[in-house]
Design a protein around this ligand. Sequence first.
Ligand code: UDP
Length: 483
Amino acid sequence: MEDAIVLYPFPGSGHLISMVELGKLLLKHHPAVSIIVLMLNTQNIHSTSAARYAASPTTQYIASVKATTPSITFHHLPPVSDVPCTSSTVEFFSLFSNLNNPKVHQALQTISQTAKLKALVIDFFCDAAFDVAANLSIPTYYFYTAGASSLAVFLYWPALHKRFDKSFKDLKDMLIDIPGLPSIPTSHLPEPMRDRNAKDYEHFLLTAGHMIKSSGFIVNTFEQLEKKAINAISDGLCVLDGPTPPIFCIGPLTSDSNQHGNDQHECLNYWLDSQPRQSVVFLCFGSVGSFSEKQLKEMAIGLENSGKRFLWVVRNPPPEIDVEPKLDELLPEGFLERTKDRGFVVKQWAPQVEVLRHDSVGGFVSHCGWNSVLEAVREGVPMVAWPLYAEQPVNKEVLVKELKLALEVNVSEDGCVTAAELEKRVSELMDSSAGKDVRERISAMRDAGSTAMKEGGSSHLALSKLSELWFRKTCQSRQHYEK
Ligand code: UDP
């Protein structure tokens, strides 16, 4: 029987793509291994923002993997019924993955009949499968698609939970110290961690408890990018109640392309190709980032006043973010006409990887989602950090304060970024010496990331260790880590 690794990603593109890329990388190290991807079926889920995140477009990506890497097989789980309709993102993810547990159990049993199942690698949002794997005695690893800094927050959180008896939302101005991170205001913690009476809080604590008991963390980052957080985790400073599972930093893993069809997106060949080198600011806010109409108008004015060239991905304000936006109605009157020589607005989705790689792009206004951060690092594009949700404010703190790979955008008390603020930051990024310093630092980080992935580099070594553990010394190593 051949060795198999089962990957169980959450279906959102930011989660699924990097995990499948991990599968490709494993195959490079061990071509004889069989990689099976368990695919959650999003067919019966209701249209909430959480569900939209889960169902973000990956069909073309999967088709291209099937065509180019037949050793990766996709095992589509059957649809589940009675999927709850809840507006709470974490609760939805948790209930959805719980409902799928019987199907996951069945799939793992079936796979075990024909292959030696060496490990189950699960996404943080598929945590419900932890118990399934434990029942079947399959070693479980968490593939953490965000960086080590937010992992440090997460692992340290049970300790914070014990130390404080109030919700962090009631301790607004307090700074907290988390090993490996700069001091962070409580308002920057991911929302589910801020209210101890919320259901999400419970779900997250449960996940943190499982993670600590897992066989290891595989993190999409690299040593030089997050040295302090990685060291804090591996030195056991984040888990106070027992040993810390081993951490394997194997990144940066990003897709080579976000455009999997045959046609080039018009923003590339029609527009970016005709712009001068490093002159364009790209604005894009992840798979579900969206803004109010008021905020969109402020952004438009800021971009217009900056005089800079821009490529801007615009979505409708919630709740209609999937509906194609009517730009004439959303943006200030005459904006598109006045900026047509130096600006290009894309509705809904642009092939971000290709855009960031394009020579004409010189800056990126980003929501600091981890995949976006890694894609910017990989292409050496300096950022303006404008976090929106989840762990993004933590990423922003690290990017701005510690690594200095991004400039920070100031958010007003009402949660809005003014036109003047955006204009100032975009100009600073593209024109000032501060912007130039950020560009130089991120170019150096790009090179460090590429070295990390090469033979002898830190990420390459981490993956070798992991493969060694799985494919050669599984029994001894597991015993060692379980001591
Ligand atoms: N993305 C894209 N085009 C868009 C928006 C997003 O290609 O218009 C891709 C982006 O390249 C990244 C992923 O979607 O790979 C977003 O992941 P990230 O972790 O940055 O943010 P999330 O969607 O999880 O908030």
